[in-house]
Design a protein around this ligand. Structure first.
Ligand SMILES: Cc1cc2nc3c(=O)[nH]c(=O)nc-3n(C[C@H](O)[C@H](O)[C@H](O)COP(=O)(O)OP(=O)(O)OC[C@H]3O[C@@H](n4cnc5c(N)ncnc54)[C@H](O)[C@@H]3O)c2cc1C
Length: 400
């Protein structure tokens, strides 16, 4: 990226993903959403497009594209449906990029390569029934055993819980530090679905992202070999936060796509629908909502592009990525609410897509740091209470 221009490769990717999603997913998405069905046949198609390893180097089975490309893919996918973008967030963002930065060569060969090729799916499991924002409150424990660790615990609200083959799991390895809530007692593990004692299930009562899979995991004394410890023992908290820097980037770009979808659907409808003798687009208060969608879209896009550029150039971007995620998700909620408003009663039915946008946008305001957690983070940066310290493994820069 030079100046504000995307490269020809970026533009080609944007066009390719948008055309695929419009042709192969958009006509079916309402039915998938109505039926609460995750369509597994989308996975080989995403793999075929190179998206499941989009920013992973070719030597590890990926497409070798830069981090902006991951954002472009996310924005283009969420323009059609949030559930598509979530696949990239947890698999390509939270999981693959974390393995790329923190994995040993053996772990990369065993897990990252098949994931980047799309032959296996990975996800990220931090949240538990009693702890989301408060990571120090998780209860899962990993006790040392002859071959490695035995993990017990429960994870909740995990995207692709019933779909993924590999899971990034976080658990306490130091029980004294758990008692003291000292995060240096947490460790990260790569857990396979096939490990005895592991089970999962789907949450059937959620009301958004209905074409996506979200569920729970149960770990009942799951024996995990020592070579599946990711990073060093005690680095789990840093790894969890590092992963969120990548996941939040994908969520920011995706929410930007959702705002654009709200804007375009609203403009279309406002030009067709008539009230008081004119198309509703003529009414100034309707124009104001559309104008706000446009400014929110443009601002959100600039914020995630900046975060992606920082990633490409190897610069720390926790603050900028967090700001992009916070701004874009909150703006997407505003845009979706206004899109429903512009559609009137029709917005309240699923005959039009904006009702689905309205249900889907809220998840992203909550996951990967709630609106309040991000507000606190941004204020703390400004006030000097929060400073990013160097970490042992950064994302490898991607220079063209
Ligand atoms: C659709 C969906 C998919 C998800 N996918 C995943 C996944 O793949 N992997 C995963 O690990 N998790 C996932 N999550 C979980 C998500 O990350 C958590 O829900 C989120 O971190 C918030 O945690 P919580 O739900 O426990 O809310 P809580 O932490 O209990 O927060 C409840 C409320 O209290 C507020 N609050 C909490 N602490 C503070 C504070 N210090 N100051 C001010 N306000 C505060 C919050 O902002 C919020 O408004 C998913 C969630 C959803 C909805």
């Amino acid at each position: 990226m030079i100046g504000f221009d995307l490269s020809d490769d970026h533009k080609l990717l944007e066009r390719t993903v948008a055309e695929w999603a419009a042709r192969d997913v958009a006509p079916r998405i309402r039915e998938l959403d109505r039926a609460h069905t995750f369509d597994r046949s989308l996975l080989p198609q995403l793999a075929e497009l190179g998206l499941l390893g989009v920013s992973i180097p070719e030597k590890y089975g990926g497409a070798g594209m830069d981090y902006l490309s991951l954002g472009i893919a996310c924005e283009s996918l969420e323009y059609v449906d949030t559930s598509l973008r979530v696949i990239l967030s947890v698999h390509a963002g939270l999981n693959c990029l974390t393995l790329l930065s923190w994995g040993t060569e053996a772990q990369k060969q065993r897990y990252l390569v098949p994931q980047a090729q799309g032959k296996r799916i990975g996800t990220y499991a931090l949240t538990e029934p009693a702890a989301g924002s408060d990571v120090r409150g998780i209860q899962s424990i990993a006790v040392a055993s002859a071959g490695g660790f035995r993990i017990s615990g429960e994870k909740m609200w995990i995207s692709l819980a019933d779909v993924a083959d590999h899971f990034l799991i976080f658990a306490w390895t130091d029980l004294e530090k758990k008692r003291q809530r000292d995060p240096s007692g947490l460790s990260a593990f790569i857990v396979e679905r096939s490990f005895p004692g592991f089970s999962s299930g789907t949450l059937t009562h959620k009301w958004g992202i209905l074409a996506g899979n979200t569920g729970f995991l149960k770990l009942d004394n799951v024996e995990v070999p020592r070579e599946n410890l990711l990073g060093e023992e005690g680095e789990g908290f840093k790894i969890a936060m590092f992963a969120l820097d990548q996941g939040r980037f994908t969520v920011a770009a995706g929410a930007t796509g959702l705002i654009r979808a709200c804007r375009d659907a609203s403009a279309r409808y406002a030009l067709e629908r008539k009230a008081f003798g004119v198309e509703i687009a003529q009414h100034q208060l309707v124009k104001e909502m559309i104008a706000r969608m446009e400014s929110d879209y443009q601002a959100s896009r600039l914020l995630w592009l900046r975060a992606g550029w920082l990633k490409n150039t190897g610069q720390r971007n926790t603050r900028e990525t967090g700001l992009a995620k916070w701004f874009a998700t909150v703006a997407s909620e505003r845009a979706a609410g206004d899109a429903v408003e512009i559609h009137g009663a029709n917005g309240y039915s699923d005959e039009y897509p904006v009702g689905r946008f309205y249900r889907n946008c809220k998840g992203a305001v909550i996951y990967e740091g709630t609106r309040e957690i991000h507000a606190l983070m941004q204020a703390d940066y400004v006030l000097g209470y929060r400073v990013d310290r160097p970490i042992r493994c950064e994302l490898p820069p991607h220079h063209e």
